[in-house]
Design a protein around this ligand. Structure first.
Ligand code: SF4
Length: 437
């Protein structure tokens, strides 16, 4: 019988940015009724770093499994955590998954002997399969998306991971909520996130979504989402942050969802594409409780939008943003990037001046940081980009382009942060002020 501990690693951002880790909730829900699992525990280091001390009390046994998601921006810290665990608990097994593991899986296992297994893609089926194989000492070669070592320490991969075709019959993410201290989350953070769809069908060159989700969008049935939100409401949360990549992608699904949300009387927020909203939809979203809208605009320069593959027109983005502003949403957040291939200082200044005109939206500027596994990272030369250093933080740039030096990019960012505030000041306050009001 296995004892399985999930660790939500510490991001290093202030705790105010905390969101309940839905990926862990979902995986718990997928394994909680398995008869070969004796215990499930959660160490939520992002919520309370003191949870790290709980590791000492966990048994050093080959029946003890740690499951840890890895994110590119703090992958090094998470790998160090794996090393620290193995220093005192050499018998336990460490399974890593999540976006970074999906993007760089084989290298991750090859370079880090303290990691025993890498699971790529969605773990809903593969994690229970892997745990079953560990418990019964079965072969691992049937586990989808698994990278592991054989007895001679060769790194093996069970093949390219598949997307789950039908996510409607998966266990529910809320079934994992009970493993977290929701009372403290309510008191300190006040809202819960929820994922109602997985993936995005677009292929922007700087985004890892297409590699992780293979450009397929999968929806949880609207009726299920509504039941889940109803349950979340019954827990005392009236604010929901939808974490979908592209919330308004499917009109029919959205119609049912919006009428259900309206009946529930909650406040909610989401992220979507600026070309996927219109007057009627915005009205219905507002009417059903939407108060926080996030858009990834990146730039108002058409040439740059075409290069990064956003596939919308700059004019349409401005026109639709005006509609969003007129509709009176409590908060509209748009993100922009500095360091887009071919974009000059003047191009960025043009974007800044349009942001100034669209006063009631919050503009959040980031440094374009080529994330491992993305189109832009894989083809730096083609896009005329060079790394200056390997410090990835997206607040300050670590690249230069053919049209801007690294100093020019960072001077622009300094200038922008003075006027528009540091991007993390927005990141840190999802819903907080809405709740206070
Ligand atoms: S940036 Fe947004 S629209 Fe583009 S691929 Fe990523 S999730 Fe999809």
């Amino acid at each position: 019988m296995l004892k399985v501990y999930f660790i939500n690693p510490k991001s290093g951002l202030e705790s105010f940015s905390y969101e309940l880790p839905l990926n862990i909730c979902q995986l718990i829900s997928c394994i909680k009724n398995k008869d070969f699992i004796e215990k499930i525990g959660v160490l939520d280091l992002e919520f309370d770093e003191n949870d790290i001390n709980l590791i000492d009390s966990i048994e050093n046994s080959d029946n003890t499994i740690f499951c840890i998601p890895i994110y590119t921006y703090y992958s090094e810290e998470t790998i160090n955590l794996c090393k620290a665990i193995k220093r005192t608990k050499d018998l336990v097994k460490i399974v890593v998954g999540g976006p970074h593991a999906t993007l760089v899986g084989e290298n991750l296992l090859r370079d880090n002997t303290e990691i025993d297994f890498v699971l790529q893609g969605e773990g809903d089926y593969s994690l229970p399969e892997l745990l079953r194989a560990i418990n019964f000492s079965d072969a691992y070669n049937q586990v989808n998306g698994l990278i592991y070592r054989d007895e001679s320490n060769n790194v093996l991969k069970t093949g390219e991971f598949d997307r789950i075709e039908d996510i409607s019959c998966l266990p529910l993410q809320t079934k994992g909520f009970e493993y977290f201290n929701l009372k403290k989350v309510k008191d300190k953070i006040g809202f819960l996130p929820y994922i109602s769809s997985r993936g995005c069908s677009y292929n922007c060159i700087f985004c890892s979504s297409s590699n992780i989700w293979k450009r397929k969008l999968k929806l949880i049935p609207a009726s299920t989402v509504i039941k889940e939100i109803e349950y979340i409401k019954s827990l005392g949360f009236n604010y929901i942050n939808f974490r979908d990549d592209f919330f308004t992608a499917n009109n029919k699904w959205l119609d049912s969802l919006l009428s259900g949300l309206k009946d529930l009387g909650i406040v909610w927020g989401c992220e979507t594409r600026i070309d996927a909203v219109n007057d009627d939809l915005l009205f219905r979203m507002k009417e059903s409780g939407c108060e926080l809208l996030r858009f990834g605009i990146e730039t108002f320069n058409q040439k740059s939008l075409d290069i990064i593959g956003k596939k919308f027109k700059a004019d349409l983005a401005v026109e639709n943003l005006k509609k969003v502003i007129d509709m009176g949403f409590y908060e509209i957040r748009c993100s922009f990037m500095v360091g887009i291939p071919g974009e000059s200082v003047d191009d960025v200044k043009n974007t800044i001046s349009i942001c100034r005109q669209l006063k009631s939206m919050k503009s959040r500027f980031w440094a374009l940081a080529p994330v491992i596994g993305t189109e832009i990272y894989n083809n730096m030369e083609k896009y005329g980009i060079k790394f200056i250093n390997q410090v990835f933080n997206s607040t300050y740039s670590n690249i230069e382009t053919t049209s801007m030096t690294n100093t020019e990019i960072n001077n622009l960012l300094e200038f922008i942060y003075d006027e528009f505030k540091h991007p993390l000041t927005y990141y840190h306050r999802d819903f907080s002020d809405i709740i206070v009001n």
